[in-house]
Write a protein that binds this ligand. Sequence first.
Ligand code: ATP
Ligand code: BTN
Length: 251
Amino acid sequence: ALLPQVSLRLEALQKHLNTASTNLLAAQALREGVHHGVYVAEQQTEGRGRRGRRWFSPFAANLYMSLAWRMPLGLASLEGLSLAVALALRNALIELGCDAVKVKWPNDLLIEQAKLAGILIEVSGDTTTEAQLVIGIGINVTMMQAPDGAIDQAWTSLQRSGVQVSRTHLLACVLNHLILALEKFEREGFVAFQSDWQNADAFYGQRSCVISGEQVVEGICLGVNEMGALQLETEQGRLSLHGGELSLRAL
Ligand code: ATP
Ligand code: BTN
């Protein structure tokens, strides 16, 4: 069931049958003055991932949700936010009996290296004093198959991984964990989540590469620093890698 703090804070909880992208609904709500709201859809016709990639969003199979969330923080403080969100989702899934879920920097949840969920955070507004955030989350729930080419990497769903949970229960559990995490992030910043990352990290201690456009850097993943920047031990020494334009791959 929803805990009281969730229902007190949220001004809107809307469910749509079919929409282009719940991130667009949340962005529209922010423009209309909403401070904290949740937008859920049964299906998305233009579900989005990072950098213009698509998020396959078939009807009634998965959870597609976006939070509209105003945070009194400047843009520079938001660097670790997708990591804090990923950790909150992992805790929600663990509470529901899905212990195998790991995080992949900066925005994915994996089970045995297959993608279970993704996070797409979009920021707007005057980003010096208050960030207007759209926090989009897709979690695969009962999806058992996808047409060829719809998802171009290894993926899984809760059901495929042997976890039975209703989407309603999942939504409530995710909101509880997420809202507490966002409030903690607002008060304390990413540093309050840093020590949780190591345990949850699917890549910790592994030889990996980071791709940035044409550039590829190889090294061993050693978690994240207090701002959420990826720590990569390379032959040239330790690198701190920032920002959402990078992709991490196992070697
Ligand atoms: P990175 O963030 O490291 O670049 P990524 O390849 O996962 O990783 P994202 O932009 O985060 O890229 O996610 C979009 C990708 O997710 C798509 O290109 C597709 O491969 C995959 N994808 C799309 N829909 C789903 C889905 N429902 N479940 C799992 N994966 C999906
Ligand atoms: C990623 O891994 O690139 C992020 C995927 C985020 C998908 C969710 S589904 C709900 C929300 N609406 C969207 O269009 N995208 C996010």
